[in-house]
Ligand binder design. Structure first.
Ligand SMILES: [Zn+2]
Ligand SMILES: [Zn+2]
Ligand SMILES: [Zn+2]
Ligand SMILES: [Zn+2]
Ligand SMILES: [Zn+2]
Length: 278
């Protein structure tokens, strides 16, 4: 049997460096963490990167559990190996329920045997509804008696439909207002495209000119038509979205999303860097 109780004590030496603010920098690539005290950095590295951790192992045969804190072992053993567990047994005759947690016993007895139950009642008119938790009463009042209901209304002119759930409005529109529903989806689509253009704008700036030129321009979806950028004009979002003269759009459109390549393609101009005032 493998001996797991011994502690790992060998530590690797790290050569920490300070940043310009005099803070110690984490030397794990891609990690930007800094700490005022070296001990803080060591703690961070152990907690986040498992560096120089002194592990404590569960000593139950066959268990691979290890923890960074020795104090985590006991609760682990209680929860997983029933070591030093004080069992709570249900006192109701014939019930075999047992649990490690007093809170669980309370809710078991409440739910299964109606022991110590605080009943909440509806109280509307002569409604006899009662429940073991107040949330149920609220829900009941909303659904049965229209109390505290937040109504959702169909926003199509002339339609009086209202519902207690937002999702009902959506399915109502899909069913009763097919055209409006389709338009709504299109609008949502355009919004997505607009944010994609934002992405392209920001992504295009730091790109090296040679890679920008080698990128392949792709056909654009009808909602986004992008013109080549002139020598001196700074492109704006509006320019990208609504140019004065849209180029012809291919009839067979592959299902496509604006991609980064496309973004590079649209900056294929000798002076694209000037255009961004670099
Ligand atoms: Zn780090
Ligand atoms: Zn264990
Ligand atoms: Zn019981
Ligand atoms: Zn009621
Ligand atoms: Zn409607």
């Amino acid at each position: 049997m493998e001996q797991k109780t011994e502690l790992q004590t060998t530590k690797t030496k790290r050569n920490f460096v300070k940043d310009s603010n005099g803070h110690w920098m984490c030397d794990v690539p891609t990690c930007a963490y800094t700490a005022k005290a070296k001990s803080g950095l060591k703690y961070h590295q152990a907690a986040i990167h498992d560096i120089n951790v002194v592990w404590t192992y569960c000593d139950v045969p066959g268990c691979n559990y290890k923890a960074k804190k020795a104090s985590s072992i006991k609760p682990h053993k209680t929860a997983n190996h029933n070591v030093e567990v004080e069992w709570f047994h249900c006192t109701t005759k014939g019930c075999k329920y047992k649990t490690k947690y007093p809170g669980s016993m309370k809710s078991h007895q409440r739910n299964k045997h109606d022991i110590d139950v605080v009943w909440y009642s509806c109280g509307v008119g002569d409604c006899k509804y009662k429940a073991k938790d107040s949330g149920r009463i609220k829900e009941h009042k909303r659904m049965r008696h229209d109390i505290d209901v937040r109504w959702y209304h169909c926003d199509i002119a002339g339609c009086a439909y209202k519902a207690k759930k937002g999702s009902s409005i959506k399915s109502h529109k899909k069913l009763r207002h097919k055209e409006a529903y389709a338009a709504m989806l299109r609008a949502k689509d355009q919004k997505d495209t607009a944010s994609a253009v934002d992405l392209l704008m920001s992504a295009a700036v730091p790109v090296d000119q040679s890679t920008a030129v080698s990128a392949v321009a792709q056909p654009l979806p009808p909602s986004v038509v992008i013109e080549p950028i002139g020598e001196s004009d700074q492109p704006t979002r509006n320019d990208l979205l609504t140019p004065p003269m849209p180029p012809p759009v291919p009839t067979a459109m592959p299902s496509m999303q604006p991609s980064l390549e496309m973004g590079m393609g649209m900056f294929q101009t000798q002076n694209w860097a000037n255009a961004f005032d670099l």
